[in-house]
Design a binder for this molecule. Structure first.
Ligand code: SF4
Length: 632
């Protein structure tokens, strides 16, 4: 009887050739075709071909390499069934990565005259890593730290697994400090992987949201018109040329809609072919991905694993309103390949994106009898279907989608979007409570924050929570540095800080950073940051009657803060107070708003007080009278 894949330690298997490595492959197969379990991967992504070519023109499946090949298979499989102490059993994606690194190692070893792993020593390992380091990475760029760390880990794991293998290195291939240095450097760099900068993220998400408005309805209507014409031509058995003419004439008179608050149709050029219509459909898929990734914070696999009907509604803790959630599965941290169920907060554009995906994928889902939202026919027309490949999606975002929405440059160069960036930007925007720079997106992230702090919310994506906490800490650090060094501060706490800070007027040098580090380390302090100022929170003096955990979000308004002892305003917030003053001044002269006028007048006074304080401090430093200019 065959052993079940992934569960049987090799030393208990009578005949190793009986080991089943997946539902499709057994040990002796030239290609180990692993099962496709992660949405966004296709069969070729998880196919391990042991017949790779070596430098002398032979294949690793040739008979003369059999002992070494068996040793390599054995090593790889122990990572799944009997990993080193403290390591998790390797999932398919980790096996694929380990296989790719192993293949490079074996090719290099074979070229150097090695014939088994036992011959590897520290010297050889150092030479191998030097060669690997000199190789170009993807698209000719320098090899990434992650890849180099992957090769270093492979060498280390070969040694760690020596007791489970007949052919393994007998000496520790990497001095512990070298391994720590390589993997530590990578971890450090991974911690600071870039998020999409604001000047890219805001136009990117805004353009995607716009496309999901009435343009999405147009594109789906065009797609349906083309499909109807195609079906009609097929039923009349028309040739290709006549079919194309029929499709063109079906699309010819289409009038594109004018999006809300715009004056012209979103597209002037007619769509004249099936291909042009399909390109628009592709851009719509791209827009759906961007909206979900940036407004939900889910990983690529989690987005590509979504199914029709995934939007669910749940009441808030007090029962007064209903929040929308997107239900799906987390794969990365789950115990089983099927993933772990999870619900993400879904602001309105995400609910719309899912509705658009449901309509876009309806014909293919009906045909396949499946419910995945990113399903598509396999190229080549064998009648099978698969979920879109994540690597293709990322290429499309950087290519045709960026061109389609005219994505601006960042520092004069195209910005490269990568899979983790939506999640990282989401964490940054949610963690950031000063959302003045987010314009159209501020309301959506405000919504997410509100739902996430509702008592009925149960979040289990701890890594995402950690990312958000890190962003909050970064923002607190920046705000503290700004408060300590500012020359112009308003608000009661602002005045106190301005009078006492020994860093006032200085640049943000090492001393300031050290002091801020000390405050954050020793005091557990978290500044409240909002669009209109900073809250140096102390419960006993909180005008909003906040609790132990922080301000009261219901009573936390501009008026309450303006009179609160915890409140500080910097020049960064001037525009918010100037705009508020302007709005309320306009209200005061409005003939129909008598009962409102007292409130408006009080608000103008509050704004004047704040702006004057900023000016007074500024005057002392010889700067211009900005408030006077604003008021004028
Ligand atoms: S009123 Fe404003 S400044 Fe005062 S504690 Fe509440 S949030 Fe902070």
């Amino acid at each position: 009887m065959m052993a079940m894949a992934g569960t049987t330690p090799l030393r208990t298997v009578d005949s190793i050739q009986d080991v089943r490595v997946s539902t499709a492959s057994v040990w002796s197969d030239r290609v180990w075709q692993l099962d496709v379990t992660l949405p966004g991967t296709v069969r070729s992504d998880v196919a391990l071909d042991w017949g790779f070519a070596l430098a002398d023109g032979s294949r690793f499946t040739d008979p003369r390499w059999t002992p070494w090949r068996e040793a390599a298979k054995r090593f790889l499989w122990t990572l799944r069934v009997d990993p080193p102490a403290g390591h998790r059993r390797a999932r398919d994606s980790s096996l694929v990565r380990a296989f790719q690194h192993l293949r490079v190692l074996i090719r290099w070893m074979a070229g150097e005259g090695y014939r088994c792993f036992v011959a590897l020593d520290r010297n050889a390992a150092a030479r191998f890593l030097a060669i690997v380091k000199a190789r170009p990475g993807r698209k000719g760029q320098a090899l990434s730290g992650a890849t180099l760390a992957g090769y270093a880990s492979l060498l280390n794991t070969l040694y760690l697994q020596r007791d489970r293998l007949q052919d393994a290195p007998t000496e520790d291939l990497l001095a512990a400090d070298r391994l720590r240095l390589l993997t530590g450097r990578w971890r450090q760099r991974r911690g600071s992987l870039p998020s999409t900068p604001d000047d890219i993220a805001i136009p990117l998400v805004s353009a995607a949201i716009r496309l999901l408005g009435s343009p999405a309805d147009d594109i789906i209507a065009l797609r349906d018109l083309a499909h109807t014409a195609l079906r009609d031509a097929a039923s009349r058995q028309l040739d290709q040329h006549t079919t194309d003419v029929c499709v063109r004439s079906a699309l010819a008179g289409f009038i594109f809609s004018t999006p809300a608050r715009e004056e012209r149709p979103w597209r002037m050029d007619p769509v004249t072919s099936l291909t042009a219509g399909e390109l628009l459909v592709s851009r719509l898929y791209d827009a759906c991905f961007i909206v979900i990734a940036y407004l939900v914070g889910a990983r690529v696999s989690e987005i590509l694993g979504l199914k029709a009907g995934c939007i669910v509604k749940h009441p808030s803790a007090d029962g007064t309103e209903t929040f929308s959630y997107m239900s799906g599965r987390i794969y990365k941290t789950a115990d089983s390949p099927a993933g772990q169920p999870h619900r993400w907060v879904a602001p309105a554009p995400v609910v719309r994106a899912v509705a658009v995906l449901e309509r876009l994928s309806e014909p293919v889902r009906r045909c396949a009898g499946r419910d995945e939202l990113w399903l598509m026919p396999v190229a080549g027309g064998d009648g099978s279907f698969h979920v879109r490949r994540s690597a293709n999606l990322i290429d499309r975002l950087n290519g045709p989608f960026a061109t389609f929405i005219n994505l601006p440059l960042h520092d004069g160069r195209p910005w490269h979007l990568s899979p983790h960036q939506g999640r990282k930007a989401f964490a940054r925007f949610v963690g950031r409570r000063d959302r003045t720079g987010l314009h159209a997106l501020a309301a959506h992230f405000g919504h997410v924050t509100r739902v996430m702090t509702d008592a009925s919310y149960v979040g289990t994506d701890f890594e995402l929570g950690g990312l958000i906490d890190a962003e909050v800490l970064d923002e607190t650090r920046a705000a503290l540095e700004e408060l300590l060094t500012a020359t112009q501060l308003a608000g009661k706490a602002g005045r106190t800080i301005a009078a006492r800070s020994r860093f006032r007027g200085r640049t943000r040098d090492g001393d300031v950073k050290e002091y801020v580090d000390f405050i954050l380390r020793e005091t557990d302090m978290r500044l409240g940051v909002c669009d209109w100022g900073y809250c140096v929170y102390r419960r006993e003096s909180a005008a909003c009657l906040g609790g132990d955990s922080g301000p009261n979000p219901v009573l936390r308004t501009q008026s309450t803060c303006a009179g609160c002892a915890n409140f500080a305003v910097t020049q960064k917030h001037r525009a918010v107070w100037a705009a508020r003053r302007q709005r309320n001044s306009d209200l005061l002269v409005h003939p129909a708003l008598d009962p409102e006028s007292r409130v408006a007048a009080a608000r103008v006074d509050e704004c004047d007080r704040i702006l004057t304080e900023l000016d007074q401090n500024q005057d002392k430093n010889g700067s211009s009278k900005q408030h006077a200019l604003d008021a004028a």
